[in-house]
Design a protein around this ligand. Sequence first.
Ligand code: UDP
Length: 240
Amino acid sequence: MSDIPRYRRVLLKASGEALMGDQGFGIDVSVVDRIAADIAEARKMGVEVGVVIGGGNIFRGVAVASKGGDRVTGDHMGMLATVINSLALRTSLVKLGVDAVVLSAIAMPELCESFSQRQATAYIDQGKVVIFAGGTGNPFFTTDSAAALRAAEIGADALFKGTQVDGVYSADPKKDPTATRYEQISHQDVLREGLAVMDTAAIALARENNIPIIVYSIHEKGGFGAILRGQGRSTLVADL
Ligand code: UDP
């Protein structure tokens, strides 16, 4: 097994829910510290890392819309939640001595820098971990779509989707004991079979830009580094 990482530059997508650990809401700092440690390991291997974090542990726009509220305002609140999570991850990375910066799709200069493709790429070239906050900056999108978009913009070799389970299954493995895990599946088949990997827009964007998606368990300590070394359990979503 080679120590040379499989990918040179990657985009890691972690859902907001991954950050809340066993709590029903918010941020469990010990969980964020562990995810930061996985990113630090990847940096030690020389892998360049961008990160997109969701906001579902704090707020989702649909929660407002489902109660008759304004969806756009709800989505703005959801995007703010991703900024909170991004600042938490930067704090954990800095504690570990990893150079990390938050770039937000929504300008809030007192808190962090604003996103531009040029600045993001420059920072990644310098070896900084770039955390993309604020999703795409637009309502009616998700942070999955933001992850596919930023992966394309920074020229990532792969998009890592950290989930609750260790890959893509034929059915929900928590509900159906006969569900089987795919080792590899095409973007097209994920779309055709409606498998819950990422939302449709994100899969389509990744496919159009030939970006493979690696679905793995974000709760597996060291899982990110293992997959980068060609080990570990995951599903590769890639067109053959
Ligand atoms: N959001 C948005 N535009 C974006 C990304 C996110 O409006 O480009 C809002 C939306 O309300 C969403 C919330 O931010 O529900 C949190 O993002 P997401 O649901 O993708 O988080 P995750 O499920 O990954 O925790």
